[in-house]
Design a protein around this ligand. Sequence first.
Ligand code: 13P
Length: 286
Amino acid sequence: MAATRFAAVLERARGLGRAVGAFTCYDLEGFEAVAGSAEAQGAPAIVLISPSSFAAPGGRRLARAFVAMATEASVDLLVQLDHVSDRDQIERAADAGLDAVMADGSKLDYEQNVEFTRTVAGSLRPRGVAVEAELGRVEGHEDRAGPVASGELTDPAQAREFAERTGVDCLAVAIGNVHGHYSGTPRLDFDRLEAITGTPPLSLHGASGLPEPALRRAVALGVAKVNVNTELRAAYFGALRANVDATEEGLDLKALGEATVAAVARVVDSKLAAFGWAPEELRRSA
Ligand code: 13P
């Protein structure tokens, strides 16, 4: 049996040849878009909280609200603190009842990353909190979009050793993927991905801007979790821009909020479809 609920959800998705979508949410509108889309498609999903949101005033309150709302969902909806390297924040995430943390030791050298990840996993997993780690470097900023070039790629032999020594539930790979906007045409190293695939389940960060066939191929090659943020933010801003004039006169914040939820949900729908969850006919019309 899987050690954590997070690991069980990823394993079940892998068993179906699908991947679990993980979507960064900054507010209740973002959460509603992800929860509504996942429920409509009968798909599990992960709500990601960026470390800057979590550390901001009200961040822990927001995290607790996400955890409480996730329990109401009709699908497996998990909450994960993304890309955190601060041990205090990791402990706070566990205390706030989050399902998982992404313990990011990718800026450390290899041995330090092993030690950091092993210690976090040893502390959190017995408490049912899953740990995802990163090997190689997924470059780019998690909250601000800009053109980004690929960083150091994951070494397949090192990935196996890293997984054995740390006992993580999930490993984020660097195969040409970046956070934010790809500078130039994205090129994923699928041979490398194939060589890494095995235990533990793999995650692909930086899905925004990757063409759908590339996402489908990554999932077919064994990626169990795919992270999306930038495209959700782009949809959110687009909806604000498109609807603010019509709603401003009546100061109709509710209508503005509904427009953003609908726009973000359309992106989540299309990503979940690419990860194997929704048949074409279930897609909402744009
Ligand atoms: P994008 O912003 O490029 O979609 O990446 C999201 C991500 O990987 C969050 O960890």
